[in-house]
Design a protein around this ligand. Sequence first.
Ligand SMILES: CC(C)(COP(=O)(O)OP(=O)(O)OC[C@H]1O[C@@H](n2cnc3c(N)ncnc32)[C@H](O)[C@@H]1OP(=O)(O)O)[C@@H](O)C(=O)NCCC(=O)NCCS
Length: 154
Amino acid sequence: MTAATPDGTPLAPSAPETTISAVTGDDERAVVALWEAAGLTRPWNDPSADLRAALSTPTSTVLGARTPEGGLVGTVMVGYDGHRGWVYYLAVDESSRGAGLGRALMVAAEAWLVAEGAPKVQLMVRETNTAVLGFYAALGYSDQACVVLGRRTD
Ligand SMILES: CC(C)(COP(=O)(O)OP(=O)(O)OC[C@H]1O[C@@H](n2cnc3c(N)ncnc32)[C@H](O)[C@@H]1OP(=O)(O)O)[C@@H](O)C(=O)NCCC(=O)NCCS
């Protein structure tokens, strides 16, 4: 895969056939299907609305990894809130896992957030998703010893 920034700059050489760039509204069905298959959706979140909001906000986007045929095999949502860079909806299609694509998406996410000005990248992992903790540890992410509080406002 050739991991690349949205302007096409290569970031990490591995399997040469996959490229990473921002998705568009035309990708909505493929993106949502990938998120659902990866177990990232929840009944109280509308993934289509989440995608549209990220794409229509100047300091956020969704990066997608594509095969040469254009098939979407991975995503990551990034957003800079003016203080920290945040990562959401990291997903790799099950048949493409274990080949470095998740790492390449995180490298691309970090590059995008650094370019926005974010001095630190953070993400939240659901307590039930213990399987992914080793992945993030392999990328240098560590527990920030914070409790995340939230309240819906919609
Ligand atoms: C997490 C996920 C994106 C990883 O994608 P992937 O393409 O399989 O990951 P990579 O092949 O790039 O792995 C990168 C590194 O993490 C390691 N790794 C991957 N999964 C791991 C796990 N469960 N435990 C420990 N290490 C793991 C790999 O061995 C690799 O290490 P290396 O680069 O030193 O060899 C993928 O498993 C996925 O989509 N999971 C479901 C969705 C999800 O949970 N998303 C995160 C929400 S917070």
